[in-house]
Design a protein around this ligand. Structure first.
Ligand code: HAM
Length: 423
């Protein structure tokens, strides 16, 4: 049997995991200062949760979902967070709670895509969603939050691209305009875009093929075809972003690869990422709830790719999370000292003093101090027969190279005091 993880899915450990954990903590701080509360949903959902919301003709639903057939149910490993989030909101009636509500999640997503740098089959997303608020200010707040996240990490090399994809009233007319534009050029479009032409012509604007891109550049832009309500919403989002001092670019090619958006759509991209340049993206999706048979529910959100954020941080080499090293290394000389230190070690752990010990009573002092240095302990406790007789222990400061003889009966208080002084 070949021992390896599933293609496109990674193990995390060591220094890389330390950077992830530090990043996660920092993210939670920013999210909480913007007033977002965590929500967790199951990794498996019914197929219908995504099929009718993300859209039948999107890449995600057409070819990227991991499905499991079980007892006549078809379950899906979630490919994105928003649909499951709205399913949970409706199921628990969270939208009936008064006022604007802000939620975030930090969860793995699964898409059967062709793996490459920054594109995985299991990847982690931090998503933030605001419900019960149809104001353009909510859209601007979310974009400002995503911007604040990257600024928090001192990332400067990214662009904020925004657009409006209209609503169910004005988008159909725009679709017709687009089709009129592309119809004479159908033969020059790639095979996929020829398929998209009838039902999802907006997705042609998003195609990365050079021939399609060249045509899309001259296509009519949606912002010229918005109804007055969408137009008003869009211009308010833009002016609120200026108020919030978020630099942005108007980009009519932002249509997003999921079907549920209306009005605001946005993407943050970075040249530091290479081909998979999207750091994060999102938009407004007031109609998504109707695909579950519910009333329209004002909602706006974004998803941020964790792997891509961590990749940028690694590239910047600016953030080195503190190394976790034991405070004390226990060095017993002989069996009796070993027995004493074993129980002392557990007791110290109980009161929050991290410590390590080699479970081998035969080791000599030289080998033990070498081990203490290797694990980068701040102190080493040396206990031998002489110390035991006199009720003392030796406390070695590993950095300073100094040592003191202290009372064994005060070992806990002594170390607690030193740890307090060190922090
Ligand atoms: P999305 O644009 O599909 O949106 O994904 C959001 C982010 O997840 C991307 O910008 C990217 O950073 C990351 N990402 C996507 N696919 C992969 C992959 N295969 N490997 C690594 N990272 C990836 C959504 O999923 C929406 N649910 C966002 C949203 C929330 N809209 C409203 N609320």
């Amino acid at each position: 049997m070949e021992i390896r993880a599933v293609r496109g899915m990674h193990d995390l450990y060591g220094e890389e995991l330390a950077l992830w954990q530090w990043t996660e903590n920092e993210l939670r701080k920013v999210l909480s200062s913007f007033g977002f509360k965590e929500i967790r949903t199951p990794v498996l959902e019914q197929l219908s949760v995504f099929k009718e919301t993300v859209g039948d003709e999107t890449d995600i639903v057409e070819k990227q979902m991991y499905t499991i057939e079980k007892e006549s149910e078809t379950l899906v490993l979630r490919p994105e967070g928003t649909s499951g989030f709205i399913r949970a909101v409706l199921e628990h009636q969270l939208h009936r709670l008064p006022g604007t509500q802000r939620y975030y999640y930090y969860q793995p997503m699964f898409r059967h895509e062709r793996p490459q740098k920054g594109r995985l089959r299991q990847f982690f997303q931090v998503g933030a969603e605001i419900i019960n608020d149809s104001s353009p200010e909510a859209d601007a707040e979310l974009i400002a939050l995503l911007d604040a996240i990257y600024k928090h990490f001192q990332i400067t090399e990214y662009k904020v691209c925004i657009n409006s994809v209209g609503c169910k009233d004005c988008r159909p007319q725009y679709k017709e305009k687009l089709k009129d534009y592309f119809r004479p050029h159908l033969a020059s479009l790639c095979e996929l875009c020829q398929k998209r032409f009838e039902r999802s012509p907006l997705r042609i604007l998003d195609c990365k093929r050079e021939s399609c891109k060249a045509l899309a550049e001259k296509a009519p832009v949606i912002t010229n075809s918005l109804c007055s309500v969408c137009q008003g919403h869009h211009s308010k989002v833009r002016s609120r972003l200026k108020d919030a001092k978020v630099d942005f670019i108007d980009d009519p090619s932002i249509v997003r690869g999921l079907d549920y958006y209306s009005r605001t759509a946005f993407e943050f991209t970075s040249v530091l990422l290479g081909a998979q340049s999207a750091l994060g993206g999102g938009g407004r999706y007031d109609e998504l709830s109707t695909r579950f048979g519910a009333e329209p529910l004002p909602a706006v959100g974004f998803g941020l790719g964790m792997e891509r954020l961590v990749m940028v941080l690694q590239e910047m080499k600016k953030h080195t999370p503190p190394k976790e090293t034991p405070f004390v290394f226990l060095a017993p000389l002989g069996v009796e000292a070993f027995n004493h230190l074993f129980s002392i070690g557990i007791e110290l752990k109980r009161v929050g003093i991290s410590n390590e010990m080699v479970y081998d009573a035969e080791k000599g002092l030289k080998a033990l101090l070498k081990a203490a240095n290797r694990v980068e302990a701040a102190y080493a406790i040396v206990l031998g027969d002489d110390e035991l007789k006199s009720g003392q222990f030796l406390l070695k400061d590993m950095k300073a190279g100094t040592q003191e003889s202290l009372k064994l009966s005060h070992i806990k208080e002594e170390l607690l005091g030193r740890r307090q002084r060190a922090s």
